[in-house]
Design a protein around this ligand. Sequence first.
Ligand code: KG4
Length: 340
Amino acid sequence: MADIILGIESSCDDTSAAVIRDGWLMSNVIASQDVHKAYGGVVPELASRAHELNIVPVVSEALSRAGVAASDLTAIAFTRGPGLLGSLLVGTSFAKALGLSLGIPIVMVNHLQGHILADFIKEPGVEVRQPSFPYLCLLVSGGNSQIVRVDSPLEYTILGQTIDDAVGEAFDKCSKMMGLGYPGGPVIDRLAKQGDPSRFKFAMPRVPGLDYSFSGIKTSLLYFVRDRMAEDPSFMDNNKEDICASFQKALIDILMDKLVKAARQTGIRDVTMGGGVSANSGLRERLAAEGRKRGWNVFIPPFKFTTDNAAMIAIAGYYHYLAGERAPLDIAPVSRMADF
Ligand code: KG4
């Protein structure tokens, strides 16, 4: 009999449900929350309320698009953390209630693990291309910047990580500083395409080993903009494309420098990336180019699996399910999760 897993993701501001059947994606439904745009960032209280409104219709739509009934499900995978607690509570409680009512197990998933395993989502009619173990994953999102060594679907070692801000925060704060809106990553990505990446230089971090730091470069941008604006109030308006292109290039240089070191130190040649920032077109091009130059096998997830989605939770949950893992009904979500 087929294993049919329903995945539920509600860690931040996207309510998502997906169905996979024996590892193949049957549906992936995402309801994004536009309500936060007016506030320049995610408002946790509003996010929880929107999840509460969206969760039932989103799950129903995912089941219907997959052509399965709730009674066909084998297990339910849900994001336990990390994320916003109020948001996580909605998905976790829903998974427990549905699991209990159907008499099927629930399986907890670390959201970050979902991003790491995005390359393992198999879609009918799409060529299957997956990294071999062990591989390196550059995990870059609004809350994390890590280089992870992946030895199997359930075995990970963090080789390096940010000691302060995440790279997504640097994109978002830069955008806010420049009055470009939220979320910042996509806006900067778009403007950077029209700018000159070599025009401006920013102070680069000096962090030992494979760790990252993004708070200094953010401050460097702040002072740069403040000083130039003092000389010429229209500086920002006249140069925003070049500022975005130069700032984005600096962030990509920082990310790639440590990734290249990690590949050299470990001798690993299969390299992937995941998380919201992996949607960045400059970063995607650069990783592909580094791969060609260095003889890496590079795997870049499709755009739709870079930002938060339940397909990645369902596939990660599938591996946990196959390993015999089950979550107890008194499981509670957590805003931070140290381990995978
Ligand atoms: O993984 P994600 O959807 O949420 C978590 O943080 O878990 O990542 C969100 C982050 C935000 O910081 C957003 O600005 C960034 O991903 N992002 C991008 C792009 N699209 C989203 N950053 C750079 N370029 C993009 N195209």
